[in-house]
Design a protein around this ligand. Sequence first.
Ligand code: UGA
Length: 443
Amino acid sequence: MKVSIVGTGYVGLVTGVLFADKGHDVLCIENNIRKLQKLQSGHVPFYEPGLQELMTKNKARLRFSDSIKEGVEHAQAIFVAVGTPALATGEPDMTYIERVAMEIAQHLDGYRLIVEKSTVPVHTSEKIYETIKRFAPPGVEFEVASNPEFLREGQALEDAFNPDRIVFGVPSAKAQGILTEIYKDFSAPLIATNVNSAEIIKHAANSFLAMKISYINAVANICELSGANIEEVAKGIGLDRRIGEHFLRAGVGYGGSCFPKDVDAFVNISRELGYEFNLLEEVQKINKDQKKRFLKKIKETLWVVKNKVIAIWGLSFKPNTDDMREAPALDIINELKCETAKIKIFDPQAIRKANEILQIPAIDNHTQYLQKTLQDVELCTSAYEAINEADCLLILTEWQDFVSPDWEIVKQKMKQKIIVDGRNMYDPEKMEQLGFIYKSVGR
Ligand code: UGA
């Protein structure tokens, strides 16, 4: 089938490549010219394992353009996967979605199915429908469906090819038929719902996962106070199939472009609808406190932070991605900078991206925040370079590269043998035997 996708972020581009791989004829629309040029020359503009190879393999069925008009002409189904970044109020910014809806409307010349792929609050599809209706030629037929995406960065292809379920929020049998045809080669269960339910499913799923993380972090704090071990506790509860073992890794808190924003957005839309979702407000609070507790551990161990050399391993919000949006590392760096510590960072992928970002004009809030945060911070080219003469090493992302460093080299290079681990990567007993002062989370 001919499919268009507007927006080539993680969700849009992975979906486009996936559909092309399944044999569909895909046109991706991107209005950022730098990004578009990269894509048109065959390059993935961000780091995601396996995506470059799969994009190259499917280049015959995958084209890129900046024209929504072309996108409308090309396809029967137009997926909208543009960003919905958080506003200062915690609500998602729907400007891009509205703009895309208006533009699609102006070029409609016959039936199209417009499919929301971006994460949006419930009732967005109604707003998209009304907007298109207002701007489209009179009498032209179209429908709006919701098809939320559940892939994780860093393992996007694995998730996209093998989803636990595929959700269609559809207004009609015709819309369901089109989406069923697009997804016919997947073996996952297909769940057809009304459009409002599909929109809620996405927010409820992400908020539930965030809640699981905050819950285990809260339990980790009790473990620290009581002498229990969070790894043992997480295993002990996770083997109960009703609870499940996934997303019970305690640490420095969740980050990324999804959980913080989506929990905020779900709290906001709930309030607008007349319900105070206090449970989720507590989830957010625990997540923020987790970073404060981590900083407290650093200060308690180092005593005076001023002028200390602090090495950081891990800048991205999770491993296998160069995405730094809402990465716990950023807040921690800013706090340590306030205390005038000297900061040196290494990350296997995000350093390259950070260096790139420092060279470009800041066109959005995230870039501005990153540039300000990384000012006066040393970006290192290796993990060992970062720890040279360091008073303390912080582990903020659990990259495979950090699993088994040569501890003798680490000891030789560091000024003080102090490690504060926000991802529980190492065995506390072994670290002590090696002669480190080692602090982690909930152990
Ligand atoms: C999340 C969801 O997991 C996806 O299902 C969803 O499609 C995506 O958001 C989205 O809405 O687009 P993602 O943000 O890419 O995916 O990454 P996760 O693997 O969920 O991790 C999010 C954060 O939680 C990371 O900072 C990670 O370090 C943290 N985390 C995760 C923990 O602290 N503990 C855990 O046990 C698991």
